[in-house]
Each structure stands twice: as C-alpha cells, then as structure tokens.
Design a protein around this ligand. Structure first.
Ligand code: PLP
Length: 412
C-alpha cells in the first residue's frame, strides 16, 4: 500500500460525498428547465447552495457556483477589477500577494498585459506572510487607485496563514475590495465569510473531500461582479453554464462535513505533521522547515522542508519508488522544473528552493504513514544528494568545456 501525503493537491472523496454523487448522477433534469425533472434538479442546486452558505458563514445569494478554485479565482480577479473600473476608471491598480497560487497570479498578470491593470506584487516575509507595512504604504500612497486586493487565506505550498483581519481593515480604510483564495483553508481552519469582512472568497471541491471540477466564489451582492463566462445567464448572469446538480450536491456534503469536523481534523493532522517534522529533523538534521515554525500560524496538515544539495524532483521520484507520494510544491506546477515563486518571494535562494518537498496530511492519514516516510527518507536524501552532486559536476565540466571551445557561432 502506498503512503499518500499529497492531500493539498487533492484529497480522497468522502464516502458520503461519493454516495450522493452516484445517487444524483442517476437522475436527469437541467436545473434551468421548467418541467418536473428540471424543478427537481433546481431544488438540489438550491439546497446545496444553502448548505454551502450556512457552512461558510455566507448568505445563499452570495454563492456563485463555478467549476473549481481556478475559475473562482479568475472570476474574482477579472470580475472585481472590471466591475470596479466600470464605476471609477482611475482605479487600475491590482494588488496581489507575491505568494498567491497561479490561479490568482496568472489572471493578474493577464489583466496587466491585456486589460490595462497596473499589477502590484505585495512582498512577504521569510515565513511567506504578507508584509503589512508594505501593504499599508501601498494603500496610503495609491489606495485611491486600487481596484482590488487579493491575499490568500492560507498558502498551498508552505502553509502560512495570512493576517486577513489586518489586511481587510487596511483595505477597507481605502475602499478597496478584498478577495481571498481559501481553497486550502476550508476544513483546516475556521472560515466564516461574514465574520472575515472579505468581499469575495474562493473554495474548491476536491480539496475538501468533494469531487473535482466544482467550486464556488462567495461574493457580496453589492459588489457587482462583471461576468467572465457569457451564455445562458445562469447564476444571475454572473456565471453562465448549465449547473450539475450531482456535483453540487456532493460538493455541499463535503463542505458541510469538512467544516463540521474541522477542529478534530486539525488536531489529527497537526499531531501527525508535528511527529513527521520532528522525525525528519532527527534523521536529516540540515533539512529546513519552511513557512512559520509556530503551528498556530500555519496550516495543520502542512509540512514543507528544503533539503540542501537535493533536487526536489529527484527526492519525489525516489520516494515514489519507495511507495511514498509527496509533492515538491503546488501540484499545478509539477513538471515545470523551476524553483517555486513562493520560496523565492520568501527570500530562499534558488539552489535551496530546488530542494523543496511538501508533505500534506488528510483525513485518511495514519501514524504508520509517518513511520514509513521516516524509514525511507534518509536513504532517498543521500541518493538525491549524490545525484545532485554528480549533476553539478557534469554541468561544471560542460561549462568549462564550453568556455574553452572556439567560438564557432559565426560559421553556422
Ligand atoms: N488555489 C489554491 C490555493 C490551490 O491550492 C489550488 C489547487 O492547487 C487552486 C487554487 C486551484 O483549484 P482547482 O484545482 O479547484 O482549480
């Protein structure tokens, strides 16, 4: 049996969410149709909306269904920016923290390239936490030009929790709406939309024990989101597209369960995480824990370490061959051999950033998973280090050969 420690990438579906999904898949009816089957599907959609809203401290009318975290983030960044600019063309600055997931960062860059936004990347400290002084300075200097601020609730790589109370208070003084990507936070820490003072919040199904391909953006009604998807006018015209009652019902069960059991879940995964980190520090003393050391300031399920002299990818494959599945960072970046933008923003140098490993726990994790990692990790680190050294030697030899080679560029 393999040990799965990549729950931040996706986590197994809750059995109850699976049952509801299968049950509803057997039914038909477009929730926008007026006949009996359509009305039955609509009832499922609206009951699911009520359940998600109640679990996350929102009103049902504040729930906009989407196909997941990526779409919710895109809708928030683009929809809020355009809505704001429609009323006030001087508001062009789009403020995002430097450690956002690519689902926020990339639309923000896209808006700068194609939609006249002025992108402002807000710095973070060595723990991956937003620098409040820099945010304050930005708002004091240019707050009247800011269209939107997006700061994630919890970072998906290093697990840092952001000081959203202070962020919202600062932004409010300057009339700037705030969006938070809470994809990793829901089910791990308490998330209450109304109490947070946020204007918009992203949640995704497959990170909380629900199905993939479904999520929501919670958005205050007075915000006026500009649609990104146009078509049949579903979701009050904010997000067109036929709704899938089965996915939504299953998603609602998962969110409800994740929120109802959040405290005991956090205790369970934090215990495993702390044992793992302590064990790794004993076995590989030069491994460096990234993100806040204080467990109250990081996600309970997250352990993130860098291993000097190792390539994270090599470690990942060596562990995988020993039956341990982990990540080097965000799953959405896997396969792209670049150091993480999150670690670089935290001031980690490129070489160290390359040796990153993220291990994340979930509902199905057990103490034996920790034992297995500690059993196989030291040898994997030794082999990854040896491979890293050999690779660097080869690269060095190639560089010196290239330096001594005659310049033949003009001949070709
Ligand atoms: N935001 C964060 C913080 C994430 O971790 C992820 C997934 O890795 C996403 C957004 C994207 O969510 P989805 O996979 O539902 O599109």
């Amino acid at each position: 049996m393999s040990v799965y420690l990549d729950h931040a990438a996706t986590t197994p579906m809750l059995p109850a969410a699976q049952r509801v999904l299968v049950e509803h898949l057997a039914r038909t009816g477009n929730p926008s149709s007026l006949h009996t089957a359509g009305r039955a599907a609509r009832r499922v959609v609206e009951e699911s909306r009520e359940r998600v809203a109640a679990s996350l401290g929102a009103r049902p009318s504040e729930v906009v269904w989407t196909c997941g975290g990526t779409e919710s983030d895109n809708l928030a960044v683009k929809g809020l920016f355009w809505a704001r600019r429609a009323h006030d063309t001087s508001r062009r600055r789009l403020l995002v923290s430097a450690v956002e997931h690519h689902a926020v960062l990339d639309p923000a860059f896209w808006m700068a390239e194609h939609a006249g936004a002025e992108l402002v990347l807000l710095p973070v400290d060595g723990d991956g936490v937003i620098e409040l002084d820099a945010l304050r300075a930005e708002l004091e200097a240019h707050g009247d030009q800011a269209a939107l601020l997006s700061v994630m609730w919890a970072n998906n790589e290093v697990g840092s929790l952001q000081p959203l109370g202070e962020v919202v208070a600062l932004a409010r003084r300057h009339g700037v709406p705030v969006h938070a990507d809470a994809v990793q936070a829901v089910g791990q820490v308490p998330v209450d939309f109304a109490a947070s003072g946020l204007d918009a919040l992203t949640v995704s199904g497959h990170k909380v024990g629900g199905p993939g391909g479904v999520g929501a953006l919670l958005a205050r009604r007075d915000l006026g989101l500009t649609p990104v998807l146009h078509g049949g006018g579903q979701e009050r015209g904010v997000r067109s597209g036929t709704l899938d009652a089965a996915l939504l019902a299953s998603f609602a069960v998962a969110v409800e369960d994740a929120v109802a059991h959040q405290a005991e879940h956090a205790q369970h995964v934090a215990g495993l995480r702390d044992a793992l980190v302590a064990g790794i520090r004993r076995a590989v003393p030069d491994a460096v824990l990234r993100g806040p050391a204080d467990s109250a300031r990081r996600l309970p399920a997250n352990a993130h370490l860098t291993f000097p002299g190792c390539e994270g990818d090599s470690l990942l494959y060596l562990l995988d061959s020993a039956g341990v599945e982990v990540s080097t960072g965000s799953a959405c970046q896997a396969g792209v051999p670049q150091p993480s933008h999150v670690l670089l923003a935290m001031g980690v140098d490129e070489d160290d950033a390359r040796g990153a490993l993220r291990l994340t726990f979930g509902r199905t994790s057990r103490a034996t998973d920790v034992d297995r990692v500690l059993e196989v990790l030291p040898a994997a680190v030794d082999r990854a280090r040896a491979a890293g050294l050999a690779g660097r030697r080869r690269a060095g030899a190639q560089t010196s050969a290239a330096a001594s080679a005659p310049d033949v560029a003009g001949v070709r």
